[in-house]
Design a protein around this ligand. Structure first.
Ligand SMILES: [Zn+2]
Length: 394
């Protein structure tokens, strides 16, 4: 581990916050108008008059805008740097930062040209991917990558080796040669034993060459996250989706590049069984459907409006819920958590009284600033509609 002794302490104060969204379902809106950050972590939340705001290196006047934890995309397919060969795009991660995403979680670096499928090769690639994104954060975005796609023939020691080398995720189970429930279940268990989290591909084949993963395989494999329960691209039949929600307690991941009607069905089912804390959001991009810089915001607006749930609740699906399921130190506004924020406002000329009502009516908000680990990473978004008000560094 690198020593942090030489890093000088830093302090950030964000004041005049109009509304603080917490990322926590049980209390999605917090009291207060000010947040203090020290050395990249939240150190105080409340009203400016009660907080120690002296000697800050950076002070942001939020101009009455809304602050929320940075959004987490639970399902992406990165390859290297800020480039994806899938649609030959550069700077796609930076574009997503402008859509409020501060953390991304790889569901497998599956688009690497010539991706190795032999065991030593796939392990080497996973370890290398984990390293290059740990060493290089595109535009400051936290890319948690190095997610090997499991193949037939892997044994327990392979998972231990991966874990010992720093690998913490499995790529989507089912994208490799392991498609049968029993083999998948054994490998998921080995992964879990060594602290590696797993996601399973759910639904029809994504592209020619991939296969169907139905509810029986998903339940038998018992991965930590039911990856794109609404399909990536095509969904399972409705009765299988409701059965998956009802028959296990794993993460219910809804993605932009899936079937939006099926996403609403899964969300409603999670509510019916009283388990909305299992709902997490992803884009599943880059993919055949492309890259969606505003994908997570669009999911929030879609679920809030068509699913008729409060906007502040929908934001929790993209922040606190994902952080808890994924064991991240961000995603909620709590003392000690990483200071990953977006500052946003109702989009100019959008209907609704205020940001929450506007989003509940299906409109995107305008992002005015993103902050990661207490550092301002971007100002007015080049991708969202323009925000009514904009925060300023003073
Ligand atoms: Zn998939």
């Amino acid at each position: 581990m690198a020593s942090h002794k030489d890093v000088k302490p830093t302090k950030l104060v964000i004041k005049n916050i109009g509304m603080i969204l917490s990322g926590m379902l049980e209390s999605p809106i917090l009291d207060g108008n000010c947040i203090v950050v020290e050395n990249g972590k939240i150190s105080a939340i409340g009203y400016e008059k009660d907080l120690d705001t002296d000697q800050a290196e950076t002070t942001v006047d939020a101009k009455d805008c809304t602050l929320t934890p940075g959004l987490i995309d639970s399902h992406v397919h990165p390859v290297i740097g800020d480039y994806t060969p899938r649609q030959q795009q550069i700077n796609w991660i930076d574009s997503c930062l402008h859509g409020g995403v501060t953390t991304m979680i790889s569901a497998g670096e599956v688009h690497a040209p010539g991706r190795p499928k032999d065991i030593v090769g796939l392990k080497a690639m996973a370890i290398a991917s984990q390293r290059w994104y740990e060493n290089f954060r595109p535009s400051g975005v936290k890319m948690l990558a190095g997610a090997p796609v499991i193949e037939e023939g892997m044994e327990e020691h392979d998972f231990k080796e991966l874990a010992d080398a720093g690998v913490k995720l499995l790529g989507e189970v089912g994208l490799g040669s392991v498609k049968a429930g029993e083999t998948a279940a054994q490998m998921v268990k080995w992964a879990r034993k060594y602290g590696i989290q797993s996601t399973i591909h759910t639904g029809g084949p994504s592209i020619p060459g991939s296969g169907l993963i139905d509810k029986d395989v998903v339940l038998e494999a018992d991965a930590d996250i039911i990856g794109h329960i609404n399909g990536g691209h095509t969904a399972l039949p409705d009765d299988q989706i409701t059965c998956l929600c009802e028959s296990c307690s794993r993460g219910i991941e809804l993605v932009h590049n899936g079937n939006e009607r099926a996403a609403l069905l899964a969300m409603r089912t999670a509510y019916e069984i009283g388990e909305p804390e299992r709902i997490i959001l992803g884009t599943d991009s880059p993919a055949g459907s492309g890259v969606q810089p505003l994908g997570i915001l669009r999911m929030v607006a879609m679920l809030s409006s068509l699913g008729d749930i409060p906007a502040e609740t929908a934001f929790c699906f993209a922040t606190g819920n994902t952080a808890r399921m994924r064991e991240l130190d961000s995603g909620t506004i709590e003392v000690g958590k990483s200071a990953d924020f977006i500052i946003m406002d109702q989009a100019q000329h959008s209907p609704g009284k205020g940001l929450l009502e506007s989003v509940h009516q299906g409109n995107l908000p305008g992002i005015g600033m993103t902050i990661i680990d207490g550092e301002v990473r971007s100002a007015r978004s080049r991708n969202t509609p323009p925000a009514g008000r904009l925060p300023e560094i003073i």
